[in-house]
Design a protein around this ligand. Structure first.
Ligand SMILES: [Zn+2]
Length: 190
């Protein structure tokens, strides 16, 4: 059975990401949700309710009602990567990514939040570790922005610590820096 709790190694890596700014506290005002948001998330029934609650709460400062156009499937962002290890059907990412332009056109929503999370049962099932989960999410982010001109896309990362659950912003700017620093030295941050 796939892991449903964070390992010590995972907790250490999360601490490192937080220290290096790879994962950041969400600055809600930066996400323009006046017209609502498209939300891509893992279906995980134990974590999705917390993600949903967080997103509803985040919108409440900008809107009187909740307007979330939802795409929930195993792995969330991870399913949007070409030949993702968690997709069992070839080119499945085209199906997932193909939904985004339609959502924008149908709803006039230009803000998209896409989640990966840990621990993720779907990732565990296919042997994808935490480091790979974030790497895949960053690839998904590049695919999303490359295919959707002008979209406001934000990668979020949900963590279930057991004692509490938390949503972070996963920085597409800081992540490549962290990868480069790790490759050059054993130091985590620049
Ligand atoms: Zn999951």
């Amino acid at each position: 059975m796939a892991a449903t709790t964070l390992s010590e190694k995972d907790r250490e890596l999360i601490k490192e990401w937080l220290a290096c700014g790879v994962l950041q506290k969400v600055e809600k005002h930066r996400v323009d949700q006046r017209a609502g948001a498209i939300l891509i998330t893992c279906s995980d029934g134990d974590r999705f309710p917390d993600i949903w609650k967080y997103q509803c709460n985040m919108q409440s400062a900008q809107r009187n009602d909740t307007r979330i156009h939802l795409f929930a499937w195993h792995g969330g962002s991870l399913a949007c990567v070409p030949e993702s290890p968690i997709n069992t059907i070839s080119n499945a990412h085209e199906v997932f990514l193909g939904q985004i332009p339609a959502a924008r056109a149908l709803k006039g929503i230009n803000t998209l939040v896409h989640y990966a999370h840990a621990p993720c049962g779907a990732a565990g099932l296919y042997g994808v570790d935490l480091k790979q989960v974030l790497g895949l999410q960053m690839k998904a982010h590049l695919e999303i922005i490359a295919r959707n001109t002008g979209i406001d896309a934000f990668p979020f990362f949900h963590i279930d610590y057991g004692e509490e659950k938390y949503s972070y912003f996963a920085s597409p700017k800081e992540y490549p820096q962290w990868v480069a620093n790790k490759a050059k030295t054993s130091r985590a941050c620049a």
